[in-house]
Write a protein that binds this ligand. Structure first.
Ligand SMILES: [Zn+2]
Length: 162
């Protein structure tokens, strides 16, 4: 297993520490409601940095990202409706509703990079019920330029002649 590069290390260092005494709890769903889940965030949502990433998958799908632990995301309904798309190095699984197409989260599958890695989901904050985007602390994130585990999406930049 390759050691983490500086960017991966910086990403991990940017993640908040989970404190069970300082959380917020949210219901979430895709647009059609087939997929229903809840998430516990720590620190609470107003104190979270929400990532607006410029990589191809986030740009195409409008991801605004939080990284809760997988154990803090509970699917109550519709797991079977989740479809997957991966690309580039196939590290990351983009997960979306097969009925309505909502981009619910991406699974970075960090455990495949080493047992010491945290088990996180890249949750699309847009799925949280009642979320007010204008109240979020949204920070730009250069996934396209920097993160090799997001994958090489150069094919999306190609121009094909009909
Ligand atoms: Zn749906």
């Amino acid at each position: 297993m390759a050691p983490l590069n500086d960017l991966q290390t910086a990403f991990l260092a940017s993640l908040p520490t989970f404190d069970s005494t300082n959380t917020s709890f949210h219901a979430a769903s895709c647009h059609c409601g087939a997929i229903q889940y809840t998430v516990t965030l720590s620190p609470p949502l107003p104190l979270q940095k929400v990532g607006s990433c410029n990589c191809t998958i986030c740009t195409k799908n409008g991801y605004l990202l939080l990284y809760p632990r997988r154990q803090d995301v509970v699917i109550h309904q519709g797991e079977e409706a989740l479809k997957s798309h991966s690309f580039g190095q196939k590290q990351l699984l983009h997960r979306f509703c097969g009925a309505c197409g909502s981009s619910v989260w991406h699974d970075p599958r960090l455990k495949t990079l080493g047992e010491e890695m945290p088990d996180l989901l890249g949750l699309n904050v847009r799925m949280l019920k009642g979320v007010k985007l204008e109240e979020l602390d949204i920070v730009a994130f250069d996934g396209y330029g920097n993160y090799p585990f997001i994958g090489d999406s150069a094919h999306l930049q190609e121009v094909t002649t009909p």
